[in-house]
Design a protein around this ligand. Structure first.
Ligand code: SF4
Ligand code: SF4
Length: 411
């Protein structure tokens, strides 16, 4: 389809008007890219999939991620937008005696960015439609759940460059930006890519705690803590300690990036974080009701997988704090929570927290685990639970004082 009369439309002038209007609409950066295929990405994406480096959260149809014409009739331009988000909370989380706090990664602070970006894009579409006043102009807005790869669109549109951490890095706001894009059948003059990049820097690759970044701009997303904190099953043990106290996402490869130094923008009221949401007390989160979870965290991007991954991660964070005050709660989870992942993670956490000097507690807890492992495992989660329980028993056993006879033999 060709937009009727688009030959006579002064798209350069319209672009200028859109750029100006975008500021009024609360868009921090805007760029225009051609809607040509992204076929240079196809091989790398196929390889990542074959190597098992993808997460399954990506749009499943590769062709639709590469060819805009597969998802939109007569695409001519993709308009990319960026909104800067805050990186420091406006107040410090209050210290509560006997309580530890977890944290959400910064991209999850405030209202879910999908809604914020969608509103901005709808307003932009309305504006363009009112300027063009033609019925056959069309738009398809997308935020990261869409088909196209936002960072690649934004890179082509001159918003920034894709760093070795796989994120879009801008000069003005660093990588602390949310991205969205609109495909349209209006053919606009396009912007040039930026002339800056990573250069010799490898800080994100060096500091990534799980070696998820491969150094060539690609990543093994399965190894990324951001992904691992969003899964619903047991978190593999190798990631538990590395997760620290961040119960959703991971900011390390952003925090170490030189382009992010000193960046903290508070430009959008709906992104302003409430510290009780971004740094919640961990113990209450472990047993939070569905209703309260929805009320407190339902608007945040970090709640999209429901409460279970966050509760599991809250238990891991308590173990990482070695929080002894959490042991009674964890024993309660072991006994009363019906979810195998919660039971097993609690068992692991207690076995980590209990110290060698608490011999009585070790015996008590080992007995409890011995009883608990005698379940008939009918699902994978239950089978995984049994393994977790056995491993926790082993950890506890290793904490007991060694029997001097053990390992010796009589002639
Ligand atoms: Fe590594 Fe964290 Fe960055 Fe993932 S988000 S690549 S785990 S530093
Ligand atoms: Fe690029 Fe260095 Fe930033 Fe990584 S930390 S994205 S290598 S500039």
């Amino acid at each position: 389809m060709k937009v009727k009369g688009s030959e006579s439309m002064d798209t350069a002038l319209l672009k200028e008007k859109i750029q100006k209007k975008s500021k009024e609409l609360g868009i921090d950066k805007i760029g225009f890219a051609s809607a040509a295929p992204f076929d240079h990405l196809a091989q790398g994406m196929q390889e990542s999939k074959e190597l098992g480096h993808t997460t399954g959260f990506e749009h499943p149809i590769l062709e639709e991620r590469i060819y805009p014409e597969k998802i939109f009739d007569s695409p001519k331009t993709i308009i990319s937008i960026a909104l800067a988000y805050p990186t420091l909370p406006s107040q410090k989380p209050e210290r509560v005696k006997g309580e530890r706090r977890g944290a959400f990664a910064r991209a999850s602070w405030g209202e879910d960015y999908h809604f914020i970006l969608s509103r901005r894009m709808e307003a932009l579409i309305e504006y363009i439609k009112s300027e063009v006043n033609q019925e056959d102009v069309a738009f398809k807005p997308m935020v990261d759940t869409g088909e196209l790869i936002d960072v690649r669109v934004a890179e082509r549109a001159g918003i920034g460059f894709v760093g070795k951490n796989g994120l879009l890095v801008t000069k003005e706001f660093g990588s602390y930006v949310y991205l969205g894009e609109l495909i349209t059948n209006i053919e606009f003059p396009v912007d040039a890519p930026v002339d800056y990049g990573c250069g010799d820097c490898t800080r994100c690759v060096d500091f990534c705690p799980t070696n998820a970044l491969l150094g060539n701009g690609k990543m093994n997303a399965q190894r990324c803590l951001s992904y691992q904190t969003q899964t619903k099953g047991f978190m593999p043990k190798e990631y538990r300690k590395k997760m620290g106290h961040v119960i959703y996402g991971c900011d390390i490869c952003q925090q170490v990036c030189p382009y992010n130094k000193g960046k903290d923008f508070h430009l959008h009221p709906e992104m302003e974080p409430s510290v009780e949401e971004t740094h919640p007390l961990l113990k209450p989160l472990v047993t939070i009701s569905n209703k309260e979870f929805k009320e407190r965290f339902g608007k945040m991007a970090g709640s999209w997988r429901g409460k279970k991954p966050l509760q599991r991660n809250a238990i891991i964070a308590l173990a990482n704090y070695r929080d002894k005050t959490a042991v009674p709660l964890l024993l309660k989870v072991m006994k009363e929570d019906m979810r195998p992942v919660m039971k097993g993670t609690a068992a692991w956490a207690v076995s980590e927290i209990i110290s060698e000097s608490s011999e009585e507690l070790i015996h008590y807890f080992t007995e409890m685990l011995e009883k608990a492992r005698k379940i008939e495992a009918t699902t994978k989660e239950e089978a995984d639970l049994v393994i977790e329980l056995e491993e926790a028993i082993q950890t506890l056993h290793e904490k007991l004082p060694k029997n001097p006879e053990e390992g010796s033999y009589d002639d």
